[in-house]
Design a protein around this ligand. Structure first.
Ligand code: ADP
Ligand code: GN1
Ligand code: MG
Length: 343
C-alpha cells in the first residue's frame, strides 16, 4: 500500500501529510488542506464497518438539526475504502479555520467547551440508540478495566511491575471508584444516554480566530453511556494545567478555576437528574481514574494500545493522572462548593 495512492479512492487528487495527535488512528491531511484521511486502528476497532455506520447515522442526525458536525466522503458507494493489505480508510472534510489543542488556549473557551458537550447530549436525546452497535464493548465499564489492570499486573509480561509499585498501590487503594457509575446504571438512578465517550480536548474543533468550539469530532466511540463520562473526560484534560503527557510533574495540577468555568458551561446546556448532580464532584476524578488505569495497564502490557513515542510515555501519563487525582482529593470541599454555587 502506498500512502499517496489512498486519496484517489475518495476522488481526491492530493498528497498526504501526518496530522493531529490522536492516540489511536493514523490521521493525515491532504496537502490542499481540504480533507482529513484516516487509517483506522482495526486492533482497537474490530468492527470498523459497524463503527462507520454508527458515525454516519449520528452525523446525519446532527446535520438534520443544523448542528455543525463531520462530513464524510464516499469511496464508491461506501463511506470507507479497504486497501489491498486490508487497511481500513475513511475521509472527512477538513473543517475550515479550525484547530485542536492538547491544553486549553485560555480559560474562556472552557465555558463554551462545557456548553457544547451538553448541547451534543441534548441533540442526541431523540436519537434511537438501539440502531448503534457498541464499537468497543465495555469501553467505560470501569470495573472490567480494573479487572484487566489486575490481570496485567499478575501476568507482568514485561517485568515492569516491580518498577511501578507505588503507582499500582495508588490505584489498588481506590478500587471503590470503579463501581460508582455502574451501580447507578444497575439501580436505575443514572440514565443511559447517547454519549460521545471520548471528550478530551483534542476531540473538539475550535475556531482559530474566536477560540470557540465549533464541533465534536472523533465520533468513533459514540454509544450509550452516562453524560458524566463526557463531563469527566473533558475535565481530565481541560482542568489540568498541562498536557496529559507533561514530563515535569511539578507543572501538573488541577485548576479549580478551569473546573469551575467548564462546569458552568456544561450545566448551562445540561439537564441532569438528582443523582447525576450528586455525582458531579466524584466525576471530576472518574475518568482520571479510569484512564490512569488504562495507561498503567498498557505500560504493564508493553505499550500495545496507546501510541507512545518513548518507553516511559504511558508511565508519564499515569503519573500525571495520579497527581491530578491527588489534587482533587485534597480539594473535595472547594470542588463541592463550586458545584453547589453553580447548581
Ligand atoms: P484519534 O482516534 O486517533 O484520536 P481523531 O479522529 O481524533 O483520531 O483525529 C486525530 C486528530 O486529527 C484530531 O485530534 C484533530 O486534530 C484532527 N482531525 C480529525 N478530523 C478532523 C477534521 N474533520 N477536521 C479537522 N481536524 C480533524
Ligand atoms: C484515546 O483516540 P483519542 O486519542 O482521541 C482513547 C481514549 C483515551 C485517550 C487518552 C478509542 O483517545 O479512550 O481516553 O486516548 N480512545 C480510544 O488520551 O481508546
Ligand atoms: Mg481523537
Amino acid at each position: 500500500m502506498n500512502l499517496n495512492d489512498i486519496p484517489q479512492h475518495f476522488n481526491i487528487n492530493s498528497r498526504l501529510s501526518d496530522y493531529g495527535d490522536g492516540l489511536i488512528n493514523n490521521t493525515y491531511v491532504t496537502d490542499d488542506g481540504k480533507y482529513i484521511i484516516q487509517k483506522i486502528n482495526t486492533n482497537v476497532f474490530t468492527n470498523p464497518v459497524g463503527m462507520t455506520d454508527n458515525i454516519i447515522k449520528v452525523t446525519n442526525h446532527l446535520e438534520k438539526k443544523g448542528i455543525p458536525t463531520l462530513k464524510f466522503i464516499k469511496s464508491g458507494d461506501k463511506y470507507y475504502y479497504t486497501d489491498e493489505d486490508g487497511n481500513f480508510w475513511r475521509c472527512s472534510k477538513f473543517i475550515d479555520n479550525t484547530v485542536t489543542y492538547s491544553a486549553p488556549p485560555d480559560d474562556k473557551c472552557l465555558y463554551y467547551e462545557g456548553r457544547i458537550i451538553g448541547e451534543f447530549h441534548k441533540a442526541m436525546i431523540d436519537f434511537d440508540a438501539s440502531v448503534l452497535c457498541e464499537p468497543i464493548p465495555d469501553f467505560h465499564h470501569t470495573k472490567r478495566r480494573f479487572e484487566r489492570f489486575r490481570a496485567a499486573l499478575a501476568e507482568d509480561k514485561t517485568g515492569r511491575a516491580k518498577t511501578v509499585e507505588k503507582e499500582v498501590g495508588f490505584f489498588l487503594n481506590r478500587e471503590n471508584y470503579a463501581s460508582v457509575i455502574l451501580d447507578g446504571f444497575a439501580d436505575g438512578s443514572i440514565p443511559l444516554r447517547v454519549t460521545h465517550n471520548d471528550t478530551k480536548l483534542n476531540n473538539i474543533l475550535f475556531d482559530k480566530d474566536t477560540k470557540k468550539p465549533v464541533c465534536l469530532i472523533d465520533l468513533d466511540t459514540v454509544m450509550p453511556g452516562s453524560v458524566l463520562y463526557d463531563y469527566s473526560d473533558a475535565i481530565r484534560i481541560c482542568a489540568s494545567t498541562s498536557a496529559e503527557d507533561e514530563k515535569d510533574i511539578s507543572k501538573v495540577s488541577f485548576s479549580l478555576d478551569c473546573f469551575k468555568t467548564f462546569t458552568e458551561g456544561f450545566l448551562s446546556s445540561s439537564e441532569l437528574n438528582a443523582r447525576e448532580k450528586d455525582l458531579l464532584r466524584f466525576s471530576a476524578r472518574l475518568m482520571l481514574f479510569e484512564t490512569g488505569i488504562r495507561f498503567l495497564t498498557d505500560y504493564l502490557e508493553g505499550d500495545v494500545y496507546f501510541k507512545t513515542t518513548y518507553p516511559e510515555h504511558n508511565l508519564v501519563r499515569t503519573r500525571n493522572h495520579i497527581k491530578l487525582i491527588e489534587d482533587i482529593e485534597s480539594h473535595e470541599d472547594e470542588i463541592q462548593n463550586i458545584i453547589d454555587n453553580l447548581l
